[in-house]
Ligand binder design. Structure first.
Ligand SMILES: Cc1ncc(COP(=O)(O)O)c(C=O)c1O
Length: 393
C-alpha cells in the first residue's frame, strides 16, 4: 500500500497548537509553523478505521485498557525493539510528561536532586523544579556538530542528594540515538550511585536507517529493575491529542508506589479513543511506519543538502532519530533575542527557540521536518531569503 505524505492537509481551525496557536506563541499568525512535535500527516488508515468503528457506537463512557491493548504493546516492543516485557509491568498514563512527573513525585522527596542533560526537552526542567526538587545539569558535549554524554562531568556533579536521572533516548533536540555502549556506561553509573533511571523513549520508533534504538532497560534484568521506561505511539503515529502512554516498571514495589501516587492525584483515567487508536496503530501500523521513515529520510536529506549548498551559515546537526532537527545558527550576526525575532518576523517561520531547551540552546533553533516536502521547501526558501538579507561576511 502506498501512502501520500506529500498531501497538504489544512489543519487550521482544528484547535491544534502548531497552527491555531501561532498568534499566542509567536505574536503573529503570519508564519509557517514547524515547531511543536506533532506531524502534519494523516494517521495510518488502520487507526482511522478503528476510530471510525468505535465512534459508531454512541456511548463514550469510562473505559479501561483491555487485554488486546496490553498484548499490542508487548508484541510491538518485542518486534520492534527485541525486548520481552511482561504485561503486568505496564501502567497506562495520559502521556509521557505525566509519567515523568509521577516518577519524580513517587521516587524522590522534595529537596532531592534529579540529573538531566541539556539541551533537552523543556518539560524535563519543569517536572523537577515545579515539584520542588533540585536540578543537577550534566550538559551534553558538542564536538563538530555531534553530541555525546559527558561522563567525566557526570561523575563530578553526582552527590548524595541525587536520586534520579531522566534520560531522553533518542535525544530531543540533539537527535542522538544512544549506542549500546553509551547506555551501558550510563546504566552502570546509575547503579553505582543508586540513582533510579527514568528513560523517556517516546521517540524510540522514529530512528533512521543505520541506527538502532536500544531500550536501556533491555540491557540486563538488573538494569530493567532500575529503570522506569516511558513510551507511547503518539510521536510514531501522530496521536498525541489522544493522550495515552505506557510506563514500563518491572520492579513490583516501584510499580505499586507509582500507581499509588497516580491514584492519589486522581490520574488513573483512560481515554477511550486513545486506547482504540493505540492498539490499532501497534497492531497494524508497521508498513505505514516504514513508509513514514522513508519519507522523513527524504525530508532530512533535502534539508541537509539545502543548508549545505544554499545557507551554509546555518549548520544542522544531522539527527540519527526523531523528526526534529537542531540548527546551529551561531554564525549569524544576531544575539539570541534577535535570532528568535529574525525567524519569526524576517523568515516568517515558526521554530522552537533553542533557549527553551536550557543551557547550550543559545544560538540554536529546532525545526520539525514532519510535514509535506513542499511545505518544508517553502520554509527553507524563506530562511534562505532572510539570511540573504543579513550582513554576512
Ligand atoms: C522527549 C519527549 N517526551 C515527551 C513528549 C510529550 O509526551 P506526551 O505528549 O505524551 O506527554 C515529547 C513531545 O515532544 C518529547 O519530545
Amino acid at each position: 500500500m502506498s501512502y501520500n505524505f506529500d498531501q497538504i492537509i489544512d489543519r487550521q481551525q482544528t484547535n491544534n497548537e502548531k497552527w491555531d496557536h501561532r498568534s499566542e506563541v509567536f505574536g503573529t499568525s503570519d508564519l509557517l509553523p514547524l515547531w511543536v512535535a506533532d506531524m502534519d500527516f494523516a494517521v495510518p488508515p488502520c487507526v482511522t478505521a478503528a476510530l471510525t468503528e468505535r465512534i459508531k457506537h454512541p456511548v463514550y463512557g469510562y473505559s479501561f485498557p483491555p487485554p488486546a491493548f496490553y498484548q499490542a504493546v508487548v508484541d510491538w516492543i518485542a518486534r520492534r525493539h527485541q525486548w520481552t516485557i511482561q504485561k503486568d509491568w505496564l501502567v497506562v498514563t495520559s502521556g509521557v510528561v505525566p509519567a515523568l512527573a509521577l516518577s519524580v513525585l513517587a521516587f524522590t522527596e522534595p529537596g532531592e536532586s534529579v540529573i538531566i542533560q541539556p539541551p533537552v526537552y523543556g518539560p524535563f526542567f519543569r517536572v523537577v523544579e515545579q515539584n520542588q526538587r533540585q536540578l543537577v545539569l550534566n550538559p551534553l558535549k558538542e564536538e563538530n556538530g555531534r553530541y555525546t554524554m559527558d561522563f567525566d562531568h557526570l561523575e563530578s556533579v553526582v552527590n548524595p542528594s541525587v536520586k534520579m536521572m531522566i534520560l531522553c533516548s533518542p535525544h530531543n533536540p540533539a537527535g542522538r540515538v544512544w549506542t549500546r555502549e553509551e547506555l551501558e556506561k550510563l546504566g552502570a553509573f546509575c547503579t553505582r550511585h543508586r540513582i533510579l533511571l527514568v528513560s523517556d523513549e517516546i521517540h524510540a520508533d522514529l530512528v533512521y536507517p543505520n541506527f538502532k534504538h536500544t531500550p536501556i532497560a533491555a540491557l540486563s534484568p538488573e538494569q530493567a529493575y532500575n529503570t522506569i521506561t516511558c513510551l507511547a505511539p503518539s510521536k510514531t503515529f501522530n496521536l498525541p491529542g489522544l493522550t495515552t502512554a505506557v510506563t514500563i516498571i518491572p520492579d513490583p514495589e516501584r510499580r505499586r508506589r507509582f500507581k499509588q501516587v497516580q491514584s492519589a492525584l486522581g490520574m488513573q483515567v483512560y481515554n477511550t479513543l486513545g486506547l482504540t487508536a493505540f492498539t490499532a496503530a501497534y497492531r497494524g501500523g508497521t508498513d505505514w511506519l516504514a513508509a513514514l521513515i522513508d519519507y522523513l529520510q527524504g525530508n532530512l536529506d533535502f534539508l541537509l543538502d539545502f543548508f549545505a549548498t544554499r545557507i551554509p551559515a546555518i549548520k544542522p546537526v544531522p539527527p540519527e532519530g526523531t523528526y526534529l532537527v537542531w540548527l546551529d545558527c551561531r554564525r549569524l550576526p544576531l544575539t539570541p533575542d534577535e535570532l528568535k525575532a529574525f525567524f519569526i518576523h524576517e523568515a516568517k517561520v515558526g521554530l522552537n527557540d533553542g533557549r527553551t531547551f536550557g543551557p547550550g540552546g543559545e544560538g540554536f533553533q529546532r525545526i520539525n521536518i514532519a510535514c509535506p516536502r513542499p511545505l518544508l521547501a517553502e520554509a527553507l526558501h524563506r530562511i534562505e531569503d532572510a539570511v540573504g538579507r543579513l550582513p554576512l561576511e
